[in-house]
Design a protein around this ligand. Structure first.
Ligand code: NAD
Length: 362
């Protein structure tokens, strides 16, 4: 049964049901409606510092009000730069007290992948909606635990798949969906950059590193979004040209996917090669994107001469605003936890294929 949010809330209020929910769980039922939801970033590394915090200066539906960090010096810098109140600054130990903080509606987990599960589950238990960076987690079991924790605490879980909010990516998804050039026959999808670091979590298995989860999900998303289908089997090969850096995890992964329609995809991802493109070959035409998963300037063309080059002020601001609107209006998220899980199912199958040298059913 479909119930409009307004009707749902008024029914709740008539029944005095607000008392059934914690103040943090059902936004709007027990607290005055805010114009902008409050976000707390967890983990103040590169992506939070250089990308998300600046994007949060441009958002209309949310604002940066809190931080969670294990480094007191970072807390001081951020407090001064973004005018963050002392009461909205947490560390990893006292993080659970965030449950009592009405300023914070959403917790955005921007930590190494192995830490995503713990902090998503703790945020959900604190009654906060959760945004979680990609890759969602190292395993399918982790993803399921995260989805279940958010469901049972009545909070939304969005994965930071910024590209799905980008009109340039949506343009090729639409071409496939509408059958503009007939059925998809073949996809070639690549995403990589050169990472020379040797002591970062991206080179650590225990912390959820490896190129497949980090950049590989962009190559995989390219193939999944281009076909609009879920792959049914995969064969993969891992390799490294720098074993002195990539001791525990792969530097490069190549994988071939089979889709139910008969479409196939050849995908590559690497920490040793700069590449970022997507080619979709249909029965009667093609789409080419380059780059396919950049922060800005994703663009391409189609075989009928159309150009894909929609202006986009800030991809992450659009992502966060759209996810906040889904929370405020209680509508579906563009990339919920289930979407993160779909990728991790394939990633697990890819590692199984590497280990066995065989084609693996998904
Ligand atoms: P980073 O290494 O720059 O930052 C990680 C943060 O986690 C640091 O503040 C670090 O202090 C903290 N941390 C806490 N415990 C840690 C531990 N045990 N080991 C290492 N760090 C620890 O990483 P990042 O590039 O900011 O990536 C964080 C997340 O954001 C990852 O999931 C990554 O895939 C994602 N990311 C997404 C995009 C995107 O375009 N969507 C881009 C970059 C990163």
């Amino acid at each position: 049964m479909h119930i409009e949010r307004r009707d749902f809330l008024s029914t709740l209020s008539m029944a005095g049901a607000a008392t059934l929910f914690s103040g943090n769980v059902l936004f709007g039922a027990t607290r005055p409606k805010k114009d902008k939801l409050g976000i707390a970033l967890v983990g103040l590394g590169y992506y939070s510092t250089d990308v998300l915090a600046p994007a949060l200066q441009l958002t209309e539906k949310c604002q940066l009000v809190g931080i969670v960090t294990g480094t007191p010096a970072k807390a001081e810098t951020w407090k001064a730069k973004y005018n963050i109140a002392d009461k909205n600054i947490y560390n990893y130990k006292n993080f659970d007290q965030i449950a009592n903080n009405p300023d914070i509606d959403i917790v955005y987990v921007v930590l190494p992948p192995s830490m995503h599960r713990e902090f998503v589950v703790r945020a959900a238990k604190a009654g906060k909606h959760v945004f979680c960076e990609k890759p969602m987690a190292p395993s399918v079991a982790d993803c399921l635990a995260m989805i279940n924790a958010c469901k049972s605490n009545n909070v939304k879980l969005a994965i930071g798949y910024r590209c799905q909010h980008d009109p340039n990516i949506q343009a090729y998804m639409k071409a496939t969906k509408e059958g503009k050039f007939g059925k998809v026959k073949m996809v070639t999808s690549a995403a990589g950059y050169i990472d020379n670091r040797s002591n970062h979590w991206k080179q650590s298995k225990a912390l959820g590193g490896g190129v497949m989860g980090d950049m590989g999900v962009y190559a995989l998303q390219g193939a999944r979004l281009a076909t609009g289908e879920e792959p049914i089997s995969v064969i993969a090969q891992a390799s490294t040209t720098r074993p002195e850096i990539y001791k525990e995890v792969e530097e490069t992964m190549m994988f071939m996917l089979d889709f139910p329609s008969g479409a196939r995809a050849a995908c590559q991802t690497s920490f040793g090669i700069n590449m970022n493109y997507l080619q979709i070959t249909y029965e009667k035409g093609w789409v080419r994107m380059e780059p396919q998963s950049g922060y800005k300037g994703n663009k391409g063309s189609m075989s009928d001469g159309s150009i894909i080059d929609f202006p986009l002020k800030n991809q992450q601001a659009k992502q966060m605003d759209e996810d906040c609107l889904a929370i405020l209006n209680n509508t579906a998220l563009i990339a919920p936890g289930e979407e993160g899980l779909r990728d991790i199912k394939v990633v697990e199958a890819i590692y199984k294929s590497v280990a066995s040298g065989k084609n693996v059913k998904i």
